[in-house]
Design a protein around this ligand. Sequence first.
Ligand SMILES: Cc1ncc(COP(=O)(O)O)c(C=O)c1O
Length: 379
Amino acid sequence: MSYSDLFELNPNLVHLNHAGVAPWPRATVKAVTQFAYENASWSTRRYDTWLHEEQELRELGRWLVDAESKDEIAFLKNTSEGISSVAFGLDWQAGDNIVLAQEEFPSNRIPWEAVAERYSAEIRWVDVNATETPEHALLEQVDSRTRVLTTSSVHYASGLKMNLPLLGQALHDTPTLFCVDAIQSLGAHSLSVRESKIDFLAADSHKWMLGPEGIALFWVRPELYERLNLSQYGWHMVARAGQYDEATWEVAPDARRFECGSLNTLGIYALRASLDLLHQVGMIDVEERIADRIQQLDQSLRALDCRILTPSEPDRRAGILTFSPSRQESGKVYEQLMERGILCAARGGGIRFSPHFYTPANALQFALEALQEILDSGP
Ligand SMILES: Cc1ncc(COP(=O)(O)O)c(C=O)c1O
């Protein structure tokens, strides 16, 4: 059996958009379907099983980000919610500053713009595409008033992979906190919050993790829990959740403090199945298989006279390859690819291909032949 058999994509579709929204594996479809039937017939009679799934998923989340304990993993709605919880959880003084790249996706830009406006903080924008050393360009902007340096682990448009350990080491033991939007990494390549000395990490599951939209992993360095003011409260985030009659309460000592109320159980079932699959394959294999596919696309696209917009060094790449045709307008070529069933995205002034570990060779071949025909047919 090949890995592509783990999916049931329509044969008329080539999915090269895992940096957008990924398809669910068969195992995930099965888990969701079973949960739906079980819910219909047994309702909460099997609530213990729901709680068990939740704990299993926390452990898989721990594995994926390399946290110390599963209790450090919180489930939020999406990346934006995680980053907003960080931005609005910190104590701000007028004149503080935030360092970030101007190429960030809005989920890692708008919360900081909102907080900066509310507390008269300054945003220091860095053009990471304009430099050979993006980490240094970011670090050069850091001074004693920098509260947070925030970055995507992989930039959504260019595909630039940031060197997180370098950033984390440089910021460690300084007053500047390190926040990472990891949505373009988790499930595509290994990442360690400990090795990279990350303080905050958020990522929704619908891309490389092969999960559904609306369930995100959120991790905060436990030593920072008391420094992050909470703005969402409810029954679930207290130490003795479920003791509804108790008049007093305390905030949960672990990451459950970030989960105000009932969790997205359907999403938990789905994501658990998707992460189980990635765990079985192993992140080293996943990473290598993605790198092979990116390398193959790179060579073929260059042969088609396309300009590669993603940096070429292997350690600057993850699962994204963005390119532009040399003689045709990217936007028009993108539309024609989509019409032919090649799911990709128009990003960063080019066309973004993002295959996953299971993408079969014949799918890449099909996409490249379609691209060749489109380019040969002229502008
Ligand atoms: C870098 C990055 N962050 C975040 C998101 C999505 O944010 P959210 O999980 O809040 O929907 C995307 C989606 O394209 C992204 O590319």
